[in-house]
Write a protein that binds this ligand. Sequence first.
Ligand code: NAD
Length: 528
Amino acid sequence: MARQAQAAELRSVNPATLEPVGTVRISPPEEVAEVVAEARLAAERWAQSTFADRRALLGRVAAELLDAADEIAATVTAETGKPLVESYTAELFVALDNLVWAASNASLVLRPERLRHPQPHLRHKRGWLLYEPLGVIGVISPWNFPLGIALTQAFFAVAAGNAVVVKPSELAPLSGVWAERVFRAAGVPAGLVRVVQGGAATGDAVVRSPGVGKVVFTGSRATGRLVAAAAGERLRPVTLELGGKDPMLVFEDADFDRAVAGAVWGSFSNCGQVCSAVERIYVARPLHEAFVEELARRARRLRIGEGRELQTELGPLVAEERRNHVEELVADALSRGGELRTGGSRPELGLPGWFHEPTVLTGVEREARIEREEIFGPVVTVAPFADEDEAVRLANGSSFGLGASVWTSDLERARRLARRLEAGSVWTNDVSYSYGTGQASWGGTKESGFGRTHSKHGLYELSRVKFADLDRGRVPVPWWYPYDEGVLSGFRGMAGVLYGEGLKRKLGSAWRHRRGLLRLGRRYLSGS
Ligand code: NAD
C-alpha cells in the first residue's frame, strides 16, 4: 500500500493536511507467529473463565474507552480525516454498544443448551449443545472505521471466551494501537488481546499462523478472495465482511425531507467510505427530478475540511489512489451518458489533502464501471423507477448484497421488500445504523461476503458447538449386531411407524412387519 515503508515502519499520514501523524513498527511474520502462540496459551486459560469474568473485563475496558475517548477520537480523525463527530458516533459509540451487548448477552446465548430426544427409542438419553471458544481469533480490519470495527470483533471474541490478535489497516495503525491499549489498561490477562502491525504481509501471516482458530476479515472483495484462498489451504474457517453497493429505494409516499437528509448522510458521511454507504438511489419517477435537485442542493452545502474543525461535515478520501479511483469512475460514467448534477471536482480549500466534492450523477448507463464497482467515495448515482417490481429488480441487479434501505410510509411495503431485497440488512427510513447495535446481525450476501458478526449469530460463529450426550448405558441399542432377516423386517416396519404420514400408513407398516417389530421389541426389552 502507499504508506507502507520498505523498512520496518509504517508512517501514518493525515489525509487532509498530509502531515505525519506518527509511526508504528511493522511486525515481521515470525513475530506474528510468536504473538499467536502466546495468545493461544492465554486462550487456553481464558476458555476456563466464567461469563462473569468476561463481563468484568469488558466493563473495565468500557471505562478505559470512555476515559480516553477524546484522545482516541483525535487519533482516528487525524489518521482518517473523518469529522470528529463521526469519530464519536461511528467509532466510539459503535464499539461501546457492541461491548455492552456482547458482555451482557454472552452468558444467555452461549450457556449449555439442553436437548430433548423425541424419538421413542432415544427418550432415555440426555443431551446438550455446548458452545466452546475457538481459541485465537485473527481479526483483520480496514481503515474506514479503524477503531469501531477492530474493537467490535475483539469484544465479541473475548465475550465468547477467545483470545484475539488484531491486524489493523496500515492506513490507520495508530487507531489500531488503541485496541490493545484499552485492554491492557483494563488489566487483560497477558497475551489475550494483541495487535500486530503492517500491511498485506502481516495480514497474510495472521491468516496462516498455526494456532489461529478463525479469521474474521473485514475489507475489500479483492482482498477477501485472497484471505479466503489462504484460509482454505489450511482449512481454517473465515468470516468475510466485504464491500457493498447499497441501494436506497425512495417511494412516492416517503417523507421527502427525511429521505433527502438520509440520502445526503448515507452517501457522504465518512466521505462515502462506508461499506454500507448509499451508492445507488432509485426514486419513484414522479419524485425523481425534485429529489435529485434537492439532494444536489444539500450536497453543495456540506462543509468540507479538516476533521478536527468542529463544523466540518465532509473530510478527505484516505489516500491518493482512492481519490484517483473515484475520479476514474466519475470520468467513465460521464463518458457513458452520465450527467453531473453537482460536484465532480477537487474542491478549492487551500489544503493539500485528498479531497473530492460530494457528487451526484444521473443518467448513468448500466455498462458504466460505477454501476458495477464499489465507489467508496463521496459519489452517488440516482435513477428513476416505475413501480415496486422495477425498484426491486434494479436494487438486486448488483453482485454485492450488503445493505439496502426502503423509504416509504407504508410499513406493509417495507415488510414485503425486506424479504425481496438481496441484502444482509434492510432498513426502513434509515440506513446503516445497525452496525452500532450489538443485537442486530451484520453481514453480506452474494459478493459482500459470508458469515455473520454481531448478535447471537456473531457469538455462535466465534464458538465451536459440541453435542454432548449423557446415557447411563442401560438401554439396549436396536441397530447393534447381530443382523438377520427378522431384524431387517423390524427396521422396515419401524421406518413406516416412525416416519410415515398419517395413522393409516403407520398402522399398515406395523401390521406388515409385525414379526420383525416384535423381534426388535424383544431385543430392546431383554437387552439381547
Ligand atoms: P483492504 O481489503 O484493502 O484491506 C483490509 C485489511 O486487509 C487491511 O488490514 C489490509 O492490510 C489487509 N490485507 C491486505 N492484503 C491482505 C492479504 N493478502 N492477506 C491478509 N490481509 C490483507 O480494505 P480497506 O481499503 O482497508 O477497506 C475498505 C473495504 O472494506 C471496502 O471494500 C469496504 O466496503 C470494506 N468494508 C466492509 C465492511 C463490512 O462490514 N462488510 C466494513 C468496513 C469496510
